[in-house]
Design a protein around this ligand. Structure first.
Ligand SMILES: Nc1ncnc2c1ncn2[C@@H]1O[C@H](COP(=O)(O)OP(=O)(O)O)[C@@H](O)[C@H]1O
Ligand SMILES: N[C@@H](CCOP(=O)(O)O)C(=O)O
Length: 301
C-alpha cells in the first residue's frame, strides 16, 4: 500500500446559500483548516489554535470520526494517525467549518487507505454526510458550487468566481446549523418559492456573466430562509444597509448564520470594512478572497 509519511491537508472555508440559493449554492473562501497527519500507534489530535480550543483531542474528534467513516464507506479501515490541527475557520459561525472537516476526513481516508477516490466519489460521501451539497461542494471543488441533493448523493457543478471579494461580519457567538435549521417552516407559498428560485437562477447566471452588481442584487431576494432566521440575527439588516451604502454589491446571511457575507469589488472593500467596524465594534470584520480551488494536499518532511 502506498502511504505518505506525513501529509499536509488544507481545506477552504465556504459560505452557503448566497441568499436564495438555499441548500444549493456555496462559494469557497480563502480561510483554511490545516491538518498535518502522520501514521501513529494510537489516534492523537493536537490542536494548535485558539479557534478550536475545547474540541476533543482523541478518537472522538469529528475529524477522526469523519476519516474513519469515509474509510468504512469505501470498504477500508482507517489506520490510527497523529493529527496536528489548526484552523482559521471559526466554529459554528456559518462559514462551513463542519463541511471542511468532512472533506478533511475524506482526504485523510483517501491518502492513508490509498483509496484513489475521484471527486465524484468524494462528493457522494460528503453530501450524504452533510445532507446538502452547498458547503461541501464549495470546499471540495472551489469556486461557486451549484448543486442538488439526489437519492444517492448530489449532483454538483463548480463555476469559477472572478472579480469579487468577500467581507465577513462575524458575531462573537456560535449558532449551530441544526438550531438555525429548526426555525425553518414546513411550507412556503408557491409565489414566494417561484420568486426566490428565480432570483437564485439569476444569481448564478450573473456570476457566470461577471455581472456582480446583478448577482449582489439577487443575493438580497431570498424568501427561503433569511426571513425565519432573522430573529437570531437582529444586526443582519443593518449590516446589509451599511454595506450597500458603502458600495457593496450585496449582503446575505452566511450559511445558517450567525455570520453575514458581503460581496464587493476590491476598491470598495476598505470603505465597507471601515463602516462595518465603526457600526459593530464587538464583531470581527474580515476581508477574505473567494477562491477557485478545493483541498490542497501535499507530502511534507
Ligand atoms: N476542524 C474541526 N474539528 C473538529 N470538529 C469540528 C471541526 N470543524 C467543525 N467541527 C464540529 O462542527 C461543529 C460546527 O458545525 P456547524 O454547526 O455545522 O457549523 P459551521 O457553520 O461552522 O459548519 C463544531 O461545533 C464542531 O463540533
Ligand atoms: N444550507 C445550509 C448551510 C449551512 O451552512 P453552515 O456553514 O452554517 O454549516 C443552511 O442554511 O442550513
Amino acid at each position: 500500500m502506498n502511504q505518505p509519511p506525513m501529509l499536509r491537508i488544507q481545506i477552504p472555508a465556504s459560505t452557503a446559500n448566497l441568499g436564495p440559493g438555499f441548500d444549493s449554492l456555496g462559494i469557497a473562501l480563502g480561510l483554511y483548516l490545516t491538518i498535518e497527519a502522520s501514521r501513529s500507534e494510537h489516534w492523537e489530535v493536537t490542536i494548535n489554535c485558539e479557534e478550536m480550543h475545547g474540541l476533543p483531542e482523541d478518537e472522538s474528534n469529528y475529524l477522526v470520526r469523519m476519516a474513519q467513516k469515509a474509510a468504512t464507506f469505501f470498504g477500508e479501515e482507517m489506520p490510527p494517525c497523529h493529527l496536528k490541527v489548526k484552523s482559521e475557520i471559526p466554529l459554528a459561525r456559518g462559514l462551513g467549518s463542519s463541511a471542511s472537516a468532512i472533506i478533511a476526513g475524506i482526504e485523510l481516508a483517501n491518502a492513508f487507505c490509498d483509496l484513489q477516490l475521484d471527486e465524484t466519489q468524494k462528493m457522494r460521501f460528503a453530501s450524504l454526510e452533510e445532507g446538502h451539497p452547498d458547503n461541501v461542494g464549495a470546499a471540495l471543488y472551489g469556486g461557486l458550487a451549484v448543486g442538488v441533493q439526489v437519492e444517492n448523493g448530489a449532483e454538483v457543478i463548480s463555476l469559477p468566481v472572478v472579480g469579487a471579494e468577500a467581507i465577513i461580519t462575524i458575531p462573537p457567538f456560535e449558532l449551530k446549523t441544526e438550531t438555525s435549521r429548526s426555525l425553518l417552516p414546513e411550507k412556503l407559498s408557491f409565489g414566494q418559492a417561484v420568486s426566490a428560485s428565480a432570483a437564485s437562477n439569476t444569481f448564478v447566471a450573473a456570476v457566470c456573466a461577471g455581472n456582480w452588481a446583478l448577482a449582489g442584487s439577487m443575493m438580497e431576494r431570498d424568501h427561503f430562509h433569511e426571513p425565519f432566521r432573522g430573529e437570531l440575527m437582529p444586526y443582519f439588516t443593518e449590516v446589509r444597509k451599511i454595506a450597500k451604502e458603502s458600495g457593496a454589491y450585496g449582503t446575505a446571511v452566511s450559511g445558517a448564520g450567525p455570520s453575514v457575507i458581503t460581496l464587493a469589488n476590491l476598491e470598495a472593500v476598505p470603505v465597507i470594512c471601515q463602516a462595518l467596524k465603526e457600526a459593530f465594534p464587538n464583531m470581527s470584520i474580515q476581508h477574505v478572497p473567494l477562491v477557485n480551488h478545493g483541498p490542497l494536499v501535499q507530502a511534507i518532511k
